[in-house]
Ligand binder design. Structure first.
Ligand SMILES: C[C@@](CO)(OP(=O)(O)O)[C@H](O)COP(=O)(O)OP(=O)(O)OC[C@H]1O[C@@H](n2ccc(N)nc2=O)[C@H](O)[C@@H]1O
Ligand SMILES: Nc1ncnc2c1ncn2[C@@H]1O[C@H](COP(=O)(O)OP(=O)(O)O)[C@@H](O)[C@H]1O
Length: 276
């Protein structure tokens, strides 16, 4: 066994339609999910006993004990490992940091032990872990367990912005008044250029945006600031927030907007990213 390094990309919900609620309280979703070229990094090494180190610019406040999703994912394999988690994504931010870290850990351990079969218990790590294991554009339905690749989308240039407020996912779902909303159309358009695809995305929704803004009004400020940037074609929240994204037709426009926003709001986390 040797050292394995895996990138854990930010997950972005380009759309998030809440279409119902199960008896156990979990919500039914219809979401178009893509992944960014910004994310956390996981390094896994064989060890005598389990050890987890959390480092990096966004490590503060992230659990370092057995509750970290990285530790919980590693536990599914029953093999002692030393894991270094380098946090670059804000936590509790609607971009699946913990879920993507868990998925990356599963991929790293599968590689280390040379067995690509998924261990039992993956779904219990969180609703988003399945889609994060795919690491490519996907349509996610059910409560997150029904994931299908969604090929043919154009690469999108984006800014991700987070104002630094933690938004606990259960609170936002609870605050959603109408749980029965229309799904996306049966077919998601394929083969479109970025501009036309963004126009289509604008006709879709994130149903959690309103309840998240009601709880944390600063999210409205983030959406307004993103929408005001030159060349921004669409501003929307990801997941249950508070991270929001703006989409641009060119990489240059996204990069210029990210620099301007980072300068105007130094207390926010702001990153230019390519989504695919
Ligand atoms: C909303 C989404 C959209 O992608 O993203 P995030 O905002 O977390 O990034 C996900 O569905 C979140 O996935 P994840 O964060 O893994 O959720 P879990 O840990 O399984 O669940 C946290 C809590 O969210 C609520 N929950 C989650 C998923 C779902 N389909 N219905 C729910 O009602 C439940 O209250 C649950 O107890
Ligand atoms: N590896 C991890 N990275 C970030 N948060 C984690 C991790 N493991 C467990 N957590 C806990 O999970 C909670 C949700 O974090 P995260 O998965 O980043 O948010 P979200 O579900 O909004 O995308 C955090 O408040 C944190 O306490």
């Amino acid at each position: 066994m040797s050292i394995t390094k895996v990138f854990a990309p930010a997950k972005v919900n380009l759309t998030l339609h809440v279409t119902g609620q199960r008896r156990d309280g979990y919500h039914l979703l219809d979401s178009l999910v893509v992944f960014a070229d910004v994310g956390d990094r996981i390094t896994v090494m064989p060890a005598e006993a389990n050890r987890l180190e959390v480092i990096g610019p966004r490590a503060a406040g992230v659990p370092t004990d057995g509750t970290n999703l990285v530790a919980r994912a590693a536990d599914l394999f029953g093999v002692p490992v030393h894991i270094v988690l380098s946090k670059h994504l804000p936590a509790a931010a609607g971009i699946g940091g913990g879920s993507s870290d868990a998925a990356a850990t599963i991929l790293a351990l599968s590689d280390l032990i040379g067995d690509t079969r998924l261990p039992e218990g993956v779904s219990e790590l969180g609703a988003d872990v399945r889609v994060c294991l795919m690491r490519q554009a996907a349509r996610m339905r059910g409560i997150g367990e029904d994931v299908a690749p969604c090929p043919g989308l154009p690469p999108l240039f984006a800014i991700l912005a987070n104002p630094g407020v933690d938004v606990p996912t259960p609170e936002v779902f609870k605050a959603l008044e109408d749980k029965q909303n229309p799904p996306m159309p049966k077919r998601i358009p394929q083969g479109m250029k970025a501009g036309a695809f963004i126009d289509w995305l604008a006709t879709q929704r994130n149903d959690l945006e309103a309840p998240a803004i009601a709880r944390s009004p600063v999210i409205r400020d983030v959406l307004d600031a993103l929408a005001d940037l030159p060349g921004a074609r669409l501003a929307r929240m990801s997941g249950s927030g508070a991270t929001c994204f703006a989409l641009f037709e060119t990489e240059d426009a996204a990069r210029a907007g990210a620099s301007a926003l980072a300068q105007a709001k130094p207390e926010w986390w702001v990153e230019a990213a390519k989504l695919s």
